[in-house]
Design a protein around this ligand. Sequence first.
Ligand SMILES: Cc1cc2nc3c(=O)[nH]c(=O)nc-3n(C[C@H](O)[C@H](O)[C@H](O)COP(=O)(O)O)c2cc1C
Length: 199
Amino acid sequence: MTKLLYIISSPRGAASFSTKLGNAIIEKLKIDQPDIVINKHNLSTNPYPHLEEPHITSFFTPKEMRSPEQHQLIQRSSDAVKDIQETDIVVIATPMHNYFVTSGLKTYFDSIVRAGLTFRQTEKGTEGLLTNKKVYVALASGGIYSSGHTQSNDFATPYIKLLFTTMGINDVTVFYVEGTEIPGVTETALEKAIEKISV
Ligand SMILES: Cc1cc2nc3c(=O)[nH]c(=O)nc-3n(C[C@H](O)[C@H](O)[C@H](O)COP(=O)(O)O)c2cc1C
């Protein structure tokens, strides 16, 4: 059995380009791995909190010394860490928002990149604690960033890759559905993006 964690972050529901591309990635994965079990989370309808002082204090309080309130406050973050620890594949579907990922995906990452759980600091630097996982990203953007002079404006791709590298996952593949707001491009953008999926 293969476990797949599916993270959706577009606020646009069924109309979302990134979600449609994410769904297509999963369909392609299912061809060779029909036994995939999907654990789906929608960050738009069920967002993670912005980290405030009590969250940070709870994270850095040793588990056995946390108060019941502290445990409760970070329970969802701890559950999210467990989900990613236990999965084989992660699929992230996100639109580009202001050259970056959605704020919902950012707060999710803030909840799972946890010292001592998904990474640790050593004398040699940061060491990721997650191993043997593949990540596929479906990134939707109104403009085109995969080539040309706008390439360096895509802060989402390097950020997502760095985030997973920090946690020990280097096998990250990004698929793009681009130009979704460009007349003449948007009409075929999804179809072209799905054609390029190789998993
Ligand atoms: C708040 C907001 C910010 C956006 N910022 C960008 C951007 O920086 N660059 C871009 O190319 N498109 C931008 N877009 C357009 C979306 O990336 C585009 O419509 C995308 O296809 C949406 O994906 P979705 O259908 O999965 O939600 C933005 C859209 C919104 C709503």
